[in-house]
Design a protein around this ligand. Structure first.
Ligand code: PEP
Ligand code: MG
Length: 316
């Protein structure tokens, strides 16, 4: 069955009636590019840049080292989209020289964009390296910040991008419920949203993503999470902007249809999931996806939401 799904699945992501949903890859560095290309990824929806910072626990990598790594990735998708996330240090990804050691609740402390705003030189070097890496390439570069809480965060990030002379779209990840609740306000400062459903679930349910005992609450089928996805997608639509998903949720073939029905405009996932998600989307029309999404949101638990979506899509 795996082989059949792979064979039947090529080309750009779209529903049965031709509503396009670009399927993008989550990558951790140049080493992941080959698998993404082979899976037919239409670009990169989440380039986690943390890997570059793991070699040295005392300082950030040089601008030259960053330019070389970014260039390798950008060259692999000449006409495609590449969404680069600036450094997301702290919480589950601590870095000795940036992350405060004495925080009682690191997930609620200085992490993501907060770390970068406290260390503007690190952000500036990264943005300058990205600008240089993209020079002369036809690639559509998009750069986004992790852990944006509100409009002020989005503005601080967009200002830093402009100051670095970056000619790219600037975006905000929606990982904190406040950003989803006030998505229209965040969108006054940036050109796109990308939902990080792993962290969005963690912060919506007060359930640490690293604690197995609370994993029930990390289920991306939770209707409360779907509500926040819908709010974000609706806000983006009202502003004429895009709203993708780059958390684990996008890699579930059934949930991918529901996310599409909620108005999400692109899906980014580990390369291995792309053929399955592509095959699943191709089976249903946008209207069916919308009905499945409405049924899932009307449920009271993750399990019921999944069953309800499945029932709609299998025509029960
Ligand atoms: C997320 O939080 O959903 C996300 C995509 O970012 P990361 O998993 O790297 O925190
Ligand atoms: Mg995250």
């Amino acid at each position: 069955e795996r082989k059949a799904a792979l064979a039947a699945s090529t080309g750009p992501g779209a529903t049965a009636d031709g509503h396009k949903v670009p399927l993008l890859a989550n990558i951790g560095g140049p080493a992941d590019v080959a698998a993404a290309v082979e899976a037919g990824a239409e670009g990169v929806g989440l380039f986690r840049t943390e890997f570059l910072f793991l070699d040295d626990d005392k300082k950030a990598p040089s601008e030259e080292k960053q330019v070389a790594a970014y260039r390798q990735v950008l060259e692999a998708f000449p006409e495609g989209r590449v969404v680069v996330r600036v450094l997301d240090a702290g919480a589950d990804k601590p870095l000795d020289f940036l992350t405060p050691a004495d925080e009682p609740n690191p997930a609620l402390g200085v992490r993501g964009l907060r770390t970068l705003l406290d260390h503007p030189g690190v952000l500036r070097t990264q943005l300058t390296a990205l600008a240089k890496a993209a020079e002369g390439l036809p690639v559509h570069l998009e750069v986004m910040a992790p852990m944006v809480a509100d409009r002020a965060d989005a503005k601080a990030f967009a200002d830093a991008c402009r100051e670095a002379g970056l000619r790219a779209k600037f975006g905000a990840m929606v990982e904190i419920p406040s950003a989803a609740l006030r998505a229209r306000s965040v969108l006054q400062e940036v050109e796109f949203l990308s939902l990080g459903t792993n962290d969005l679930a963690q912060y919506t349910f007060a359930a640490d993503r690293q604690v197995g005992a609370v994993s029930r609450l990390q289920d991306p089928w939770q209707p409360a999470l779907l509500d926040l996805v819908a709010l974000s997608a609706e806000a983006a639509k009202a502003e004429g902007k895009s709203c993708g998903v780059c958390g684990e949720a996008a890699s579930d073939p059934l949930l991918a249809c529901v996310l599409t029905g909620l108005g999400v405009t692109s899906l980014s996932m580990g390369a291995a999931s792309i053929p399955y998600v592509r095959a699943s989307l191709a089976k249903f029309t946008l209207a069916q996806c919308e009905r499945a999404a409405a049924a899932a949101r009307a449920a009271d638990s993750a399990a019921d939401a999944r069953d309800a979506a499945q029932a709609v899509l299998s025509g029960e």
